[in-house]
Write a protein that binds this ligand. Structure first.
Ligand code: ADP
Length: 397
């Protein structure tokens, strides 16, 4: 079975064509700047790369271009579009409607539209991507895989906010959590690497990238996570502020005469390690600046490491203990110094980092000492393979 995995953003489309007989990635690529003057497609196959620069006014043209590349005589990997058995779409928000991946039909599309109210930036492009695929390959089954779904097992005491109950009932104000597909992949993968069933492990997964979230996965189920109603909550991130006193919002808006839109941009785009350092949202730049003595870059890093460590403690308490801590995504997989700084002082929990083993980037690796009672691992995430696996499973049924 051949599955096309599609991840649509507002101006981008990432794709992977996966042969599900052996989970081999046959081709992958990225369409950037859809609807902008300098749009382009970067297509990779068999260790080769091709860049196509042309006008890509909308997502339907982008999908067409991707399918043309996949079937092209030169850079293609399949003969015709008919070789594609199913399409799996990443969808950011599934609300309370979707606790697992689902085959897309008209009813599901209607429910997705409803969920857009919760993720006005993310869901509409996901829906546009699904419609674009439906228009071009109408007979191919499509599956939606939701970032929020894995977190639907959280109990009410973890997902409710201390606000009037009606806001939950009427407006759906609650913690949803995000990066669920990544958290689910890493939990399954670390269990596999350890040779222990996931049902026997209490895992804290630290997904640390541009956006960061931690999840407490107790015996295979998510019981709590650090992102909330939106992906703005939890640890401070590249440009997002993370958890702040909610009263700051009204106070700053009032004092500086900011509109809701401006306040939203301040918290989502101008905060986090960028806002603190004034240098960059990129952790590599911060490391460089800090090593040259930039104090604000160092402060941003200190805050990030401290907050991640503090949240590890909170999630360990939530699970009444922890067996495994995993690190994934850009910073989690590559940030050797970041992992070392986060783990400093976690020994009380029984988590001891091995400096030599920690000197690793981007591969499944044990990084704790032999006498560490809590095992620690680097596990590179792979959301695409999860989407492809779910798609295969649902379509095979
Ligand atoms: P996204 O959330 O956009 O998927 P990624 O998971 O790709 O983000 O993470 C991007 C972050 O990972 C950037 O801040 C980048 O600096 C960081 N990163 C990548 N490589 C390294 C590295 N070698 N050391 C530290 N941070 C790194």
């Amino acid at each position: 079975m051949i599955v096309l995995v599609v991840n649509c953003g507002s101006s981008s489309l990432k794709y992977q064509l996966v042969n599900m007989d052996n989970e081999e990635v046959m081709a992958k690529g990225l369409v950037e700047k859809i609807g902008l003057p300098d749009s382009q497609l970067t297509h990779k196959w068999n260790g080769q790369k091709k860049v196509v620069q042309q006008s890509i006014p909308d997502h339907q043209v982008a999908v067409k271009l991707v399918l043309d590349s996949l079937t092209d005589a030169g850079c293609g990997v399949i003969k015709t579009m008919d070789a594609i058995d199913a399409v799996g779409h990443r969808v950011v928000h599934g609300g309370e409607e979707f606790a697992c991946s689902t085959l897309i039909n008209d009813e599901v599309m209607a429910a997705l539209e409803k969920c857009s109210a919760y993720a006005p930036l993310h869901n509409p492009p996901n829906i546009i991507g699904i419609n674009a695929c439906k228009a071009i390959i109408p007979n191919v089954p499509q599956v939606g895989v939701f970032d929020t779904a894995f977190h639907q097992t959280m109990p009410p005491k973890a997902f409710m906010y201390g606000l009037p109950y009606e806001l939950y009932k009427e407006d759906g104000i609650r913690r949803y959590g995000f990066h669920g597909t990544s958290h689910r992949y890493v939990a399954g993968q670390v269990a596999k690497v350890m040779g222990v069933p996931v049902e026997k492990l209490r895992i804290i997964n630290c997904h640390l990238g541009n956006g960061s979230s931690l999840a407490a996965i107790k015996y295979g189920k998510c019981i709590d996570t650090t992102m909330g109603f939106t992906p703005l909550a939890g640890v401070l991130m590249g440009t997002r502020c993370g958890d702040i006193d909610p009263a700051i919002v009204t106070s700053v808006m009032e004092k500086h005469g900011l509109s809701t839109k401006e306040m939203d941009a301040l918290m989502n785009k101008k905060s986090g390690v960028l806002g603190i350092s004034g240098v960059s949202s990129d952790f590599r730049d911060l490391g460089d600046a800090a090593s040259k003595g930039n104090e604000r870059a160092q402060l941003a890093l200190d805050m990030f490491h401290y907050q991640v460590r503090k949240l590890i403690g909170a999630l360990a308490a939530a699970m009444e203990g922890v067996d495994v801590i995993t690190f994934t995504a850009g910073v989690g997989e590559n940030g050797i110094d970041d992992r070392a700084a986060i783990c400093q002082g976690l020994e009380y929990l029984g988590a001891k980092l091995d400096a030599e083993r920690n000197d690793v980037r981007g591969k499944d690796t044990l990084i704790s000492t032999d006498d560490s009672t809590v095992k620690m691992y680097v596990i590179p995430t792979d959301e695409e393979i999860m989407i492809a696996r779910d798609t295969k499973e649902l379509v095979s049924k």
